[in-house]
Design a protein around this ligand. Sequence first.
Ligand code: GLA
Length: 688
Amino acid sequence: MFACAARVPELVYLGTPLAADEDLAAIALASARGRHESQADDPPTPSLLPLDGRGFLGTPALELLADGAAMAIDPVLRDTRAEPDAITFALADERAGIAINLRWRAVSPGVLVIETSLRNMGDAPVTIARLASLALPLPDWATYITRYAGRWSAEMRSETGVIGRGAWLNESRGGRTGFGGGNWLLAHEAETGVTRGQIIGLHLGWSGDHYSIVEGDADAQRRIQMGCRLDIGEIVLEPGTRFDAPPVHLGVSGEGRNGLRNAMTDHVRRHVLPDRADWPARRVHLNSWEALSFDMDEAKLKRLADDAAAIGIERFVVDDGWFGGRRDDRTSLGDWTISPDLFPAGLDPLIAHVEALGMDFGLWVEPEMVSPDSDLYRVHPDWCIHAPGAERPTQRGQLVLDLTRSEVSDHIFAALDALLSNHRIAYLKWDHNRDLFPRAMKGHAQVLAVYALIDRLRAAHPAVEIESCASGGGRIDYAMLSGCHRVWASDNNDAIERLRINAGWGQFLPLEVIGNHVGPSPNPVTGRRLSMDFRAKVAMFGHMGVEADPAAMSADERETLAAHIALYKEWRDVLHSGSCHWFDLGGDSLFGQIAIAADGGRALAIAARTDFADDFNAPRIRLPGLDADARYAVRLIEPWPDKARRYLPNGTRWRNGIAFGGAYLANDGLALPLTHPETAWLIGIERL
Ligand code: GLA
């Protein structure tokens, strides 16, 4: 709810829906604060566009330069356009020659999309130093912030704290979304938990550099701003032109993190993912990377495909190493031709083999990159983003192609288009394995060029699914997801780490897009050994896959893995369609979630313990999200975890199913043996 009486619009109410007959004017009245001694005579309000120059002392949402000097900007609300599900505020500063549009759209229950644009109405160029996509005055109850920070193989670590005085700033400079950073935020009450409490979720739908500012002032006003981060001089608005800031997706719930999660994931399914309603079931992948790495050729891949098919795999993905002279990660990016020494008859015999085994075929690419040691670079050394005359520092031995140049984009499009036109390829894993430096003032334009390239490719090959990967989860955001079907959540397939990482992504993403693979043991990233039972159960709660060589597993492990792949196929419509709720188990070594089908008829839960419990009796597993008045048959789905099964009394009853009321399951719950590290149970629930 907004107030429009002041110079700029103000936010009066943001929270759970109000009663239809609520008196909005009364709420505005109750929210108004009086002026105190140490303020401007016209004191700052909870403005949607806080700016410098009228006594607001925080970070301004808009900063412009003209002729290299800061411009004074003082816009006024000129027009408010209300539509059934949207409101647009048109502000203008005629003296400065700028117009700003703030558009708030209610897109699905509990979710708004906020879009901001700036037009240069004057007759001289204007440089944008900063334009917040959203400047959000927080409701008084939102005194806590949960933010994310990650790194390679440890994405989306969260941290919660009080929003005190002063500002917390997160700025990214790597030219990509990053491993979990300031583009995801939660603002909430102190008491907000998994199932209770008010909470706001914010996400900037942008795949490049971004910033977010969380600040509080001496008047206990708290604010969040989010936007794309621009290098000074990068965006110069010529007279008559417009700049569109990337959208912010804002979710709000009065039912804690689960409520927010389901509002956001519902929105992603309805409005972000491409044609989500038409998606076929999410096929089980086998990806060659942790099975073969660069040690591949046609015969080895055919053997791997045979072993994959035998355990129930449905999509066979050839990862890095199939093209040009790419026998290690120092070379050949940009040479998107099939290596004749690995595939003497091309890719088709392998694809035919894979298809004959009942699987479809996927391929890894890293289209935005070029290796200095590549045919492409030898012919076009100027095609990478670089500072003229300066050195070209690499990361993973590679440079970034300048896709803002049409000849470069056209070349890469032609290479990918040829691959997809000439071979039966169902899926691309689209990787991006380095930060963008130097940015050479192209950080923003490069992101738009990547979107254009993906759009062009999808238009030419609409049936091809794309996964967004960037050394794992380095480029996961709603903007990428509007052109992709899956994200690679992390290079870390260690199931214990994945429980943590997926808890971060799962706050904002539905399970069906979270690529979640069974890795080898010992795990190549952490060195940890985990039982196949644990690895496979954890991998089911996402878009399941295998990133290991079945030939390197014992017969028992293969059997266990195949059994879980079969279970995933049986339950994926439940996992990928309805709602998903975490359990409130306290501590950080017990994880659990329940996925409930959209019609409420079936549900699948996992309860997992990562380390050795202090108490023999683990907390009961209380199952949120079910219908309190319904009755359910609950069974523990086999195979059961080896270490824990001997502590389970009444095994036959659990195997066959026991009936409970939904209220009992939510309030009291199940006493399961969860004492030992690396044990997990699957709980199958059917409405009676
Ligand atoms: C990145 C990806 C991995 C794998 C390798 C291949 O690190 O995240 O999954 O594809 O590249 O080089």
